[in-house]
Design a protein around this ligand. Sequence first.
Ligand code: PLP
Length: 402
Amino acid sequence: MTAVTPPNAPLREHFVLPAGRIYLNGNSLGPLPKLARERLHRVIDAEWGQHIVSGWNQAGWVDLPQRVGNKLGALIGAARGQVVVCDSTSVNILKLLHAALSWHPQRRVLLLEEQAFPTDNYMAQGLRQLRPDLELRPLPGSQIAAALDDSVAAVLVSHINYRSGERLDLPSIQAQATNQGIPIVWDLAHSAGAVPLDLDSWGVDYAVGCGYKFLNGGPGAPAFAYVAQRHQAQLQPLLSGWFGHARPFAFEPDYQPAADINRLQVGTPPILSMSALDAALDVFASQSIHQLWQQSCALFERLLQALEADPVFDECELLTPRAPEARGSQLSLHHPEAYAICRALAADDVIADYREPGILRLGLAPAYLRADDVDQAAALLLRILREQRWRDPAFQTRLKVT
Ligand SMILES: *Cc1c(COP(=O)(O)O)cnc(C)c1O
């Protein structure tokens, strides 16, 4: 089979990429965009430094959550006024799950994904303090569509699974749920900035996602929440903080939610992180997400072909579906020594990550990865397997963050 040649990382010059290192971890924490670095310097020196408190008005800080939300919305197929950037993905899950559960207060079943990113299901477990009658029902992602019936109050599920990279057929599951009047909260942590999304035309009700993964907003960047326009007026915020009030600076004694998506805000927004994310999103302005996805597909196929060409690769089990429509922008492998293999890769400047149990994740962010990067990563991984370099005791001890 001939090797697939990806076009050459069209947005690469926008990023600060440490020399000599191949970064296959943009699915966990995206690298620093130069625009974000410049913006942070400006926000710190000119805005915080000079304006201090008047920055809220003069530098427009107060409008950032919605302004950045609208910019992000353009990348995920959401018309203006439906996305707000705030809090963490975990917190936004709680807010939107609570909203979704208000549709059918008499129903008890909350469908979850068995292999979900743990925080998603932890948040659902916490919500049981308000709804002790809720029955949490975790299922394999592939069985969710078949489990939709009139006992189901709501669904929380990831579009792309963080471990395997498997992608669910969002439009068809959403259409079925809409037909049955069941709300779904989609977790788009591994989708936003990686694969084309069309939330409005797919009829999505609620969605959340991360700012720091494929969107490159920086460590701890705020997350986003999407609520379709048609559901906003009925949404009674569980976390009724002053930034979601209709008139935060009237300092009224009683809560009244903002008329729009701003009602999902809770407290004072983190302006430094929000500004970095705002600038990071500008990196995507010159390239369509469809083009980036094509690039990602070419990287995936090239990497997999290089790996499969060597029989030692039979030690690994490919967890990610090969078909582009069935996966996200990562390649996940199972190997009993995956943790030590990941450390051995890092020792030679190929940065991937490890997830329990025994999973090596190779993130394929198309904005900055080149054909040559995946070639070198494949060659190194094969060398580590062939020479069993993972046996080195230095690679066997666990670090705090994997
Ligand atoms: C990364 C990730 C999160 C992280 O949530 P935070 O609250 O931002 O820490 C949540 N869900 C999924 C599916 C993720 O991949």
